[in-house]
Design a protein around this ligand. Structure first.
Ligand code: 13P
Length: 252
């Protein structure tokens, strides 16, 4: 049985006090409710990771970073290494988000190195893949996702691949209010699972958690999560409001 996950990617939002309030609201919800098999992850900006990880240590909450350096250590001003995150007991790390690909020019090759650093330091990668709108319109979305997975992820050995979570985030759905339809999400998730089966085996395909991301909100989460191959969501905007994020957690 694969893990169901609701993960919040806060991106570059929240002051310290706002972050503290949001973390406390989520922790209070988790402490007072039965969330069953659902794993809840928050990915705040790096400066709040310690705050989040201190709060998470007392409850069933997991913490992820939004990025990690492809380098082990050294003269890379402003960067954060996998070893640092490991030493802070951070559980997960988002790798390959489309905003990192677009604004910070992260290539599939660089992302493969980030995946390696994460695995070497016991960070579970949440690997993001997904196509641009023109790519979908040209019918190339399956090929794009296949290339992203092949070039950045499928070099992993089967044992290491077990730690990977995949997030399908069609770029045209991120922050736009346009969600992929339930059928579009299911179709791509099933395709991703078939690629995992082809590269590894049936067990690996069945056990990998595949999240959907892109304008997922309290209104559409239930329908999206009801799909056989959609194991939860990577939530942007709606993870910044405790009430909305909590409604999404309750959508399973
Ligand atoms: P939105 O939920 O704001 O569309 O963002 C999705 C996302 O990019 C999560 O990583």
């Amino acid at each position: 049985m694969r893990t169901q996950i609701v993960a919040g990617n806060w991106k570059m939002n929240k002051t310290f006090q706002e972050a503290d309030d949001l973390i406390n609201d989520i922790v209070e919800f988790i402490n007072n409710n039965d969330i069953g098999n659902t794993e809840v992850i928050i990915c705040p900006p790096a400066v709040y990771l310690e705050l989040a990880s201190d709060s998470a240590s007392e409850t069933d909450l997991f913490v992820g970073a939004q990025n990690v350096s492809e380098h082990e250590s050294g003269a890379y001003t402003g960067e954060i290494s996998a070893a640092m995150l490991e030493s802070m007991k951070i559980d997960y790390c988002i790798i390959g988000h489309s905003e990192r690909r677009k604004y910070f020019h992260e290539t599939n090759e660089v992302l493969a190195e980030k995946i390696n650093r994460a695995i070497e330091h016991s960070l579970r990668p949440v690997f993001c893949c997904g196509e641009l709108l023109p790519e979908r319109e040209a019918g190339k979305h399956f090929d794009i996702v296949k290339t992203q997975l092949t070039e950045s992820l499928f070099h992993l050995k089967e044992d290491d691949f077990e730690d990977v979570v995949i997030a399908y985030e069609p770029v045209w759905a991120i922050g736009t209010g346009v969600t992929a339809t339930s059928d579009q999400a299911q179709e791509m998730h099933a395709y991703i699972r078939s690629l995992i089966k082809e590269r590894y085996n049936e067990d690996a395909a069945e056990n990998t958690t595949i999240l959907y991301g892109g304008s997922c909100n309290p209104k559409n989460a239930k329908e999206l999560f009801a799909n056989k191959d959609v194991d939860g969501g990577l939530i942007g905007g709606a993870s910044l409001v405790a009430e909305d994020f909590i409604k999404i957690i309750k959508s399973f």
